[in-house]
Design a protein around this ligand. Structure first.
Ligand code: TMP
Length: 212
């Protein structure tokens, strides 16, 4: 029992271009960890259920216009409004599988032309993930997948720039997986990496903040 032993949950983030398979894989990881008896929740950003999240959702659906800096800060605020809940979940032993996080914030806004360091600044002090799983897929291949093009950022030229921005964020906590492989193959690789991370956190790895 995680609660009793006082060990914390892991903060695991999935990142990647639109249509790279993050959402399907986070569902699969959730069931996998649940099946093993681990306390686990699946989260996503933007969290469209909050007031801020509804503003973001309207913007993504092209129902509202906002300055690029303003929407960037809303995405960040949407993470800040969940920070304390995130920390208490992790400390009480629950692992969080998070579909997109600060890296999406920086990658998308900097791809639109905003300064890279400016984009990182409002993310500083949010919880740092224990593991970032990067679902790597050629932008052209993602664009062929169903459902592409429905929202504001689902355009090939922008996604190519997003891929380059993601490369600049890559660090030791990242693992890249070839997301053009069949869904089960990707899942198999992710399971191993996630289990490893959950174990490391149970053993007492400290929580830390972005970007330090
Ligand atoms: P979703 O399709 O995963 O719900 O994400 C919606 C879009 O928002 C997606 O194109 C990526 C973009 N995005 C940002 O631009 N900044 C952010 O901070 C996040 C979390 C997502």
């Amino acid at each position: 029992n995680n609660q009793r032993s006082g060990s914390r949950g892991a903060l695991i983030v999935l990142e990647g271009l639109d249509r790279s398979g993050k959402t399907s894989q986070s569902c699969r990881l959730l069931s996998y960890l649940e099946g093993l008896g681990h306390p686990v929740e699946s989260w996503r950003f933007p969290d469209r259920n909050t007031g801020v999240g509804q503003m973001i959702s309207a913007y993504l659906a092209n129902k509202s216009q906002l300055d690029d800096h303003a929407i960037h800060l809303l995405f960040s605020a949407n993470r800040w409004e969940k920070r304390s809940l995130m920390e208490s979940k992790l400390r009480s032993g629950t692992t969080l599988i998070v579909d997109r996080y600060s890296f999406s914030g920086v990658a998308f806004s900097s791809a639109k032309g905003l300064d890279f360091e400016w984009c990182k600044a409002p993310e500083m002090g949010l919880l740092a993930p224990d593991l970032v799983l990067y679902l790597e897929i050629p932008p052209e291949k993602a664009a062929e997948r169903g459902g592409y093009g429905g929202e504001r950022y689902e355009q090939l030229e922008l996604q190519k720039k997003v891929a380059r921005s993601y490369q600049m964020l890559y660090d030791a906590s990242w693992k890249a997986i070839d997301a053009s492989l069949p869904i089960e193959d990707v899942e198999k690789q992710l399971r191993e990496m996630v289990l490893d991370c959950v174990t490391t956190c149970q053993k007492g790895k400290a929580l830390s903040n972005l970007w330090s």
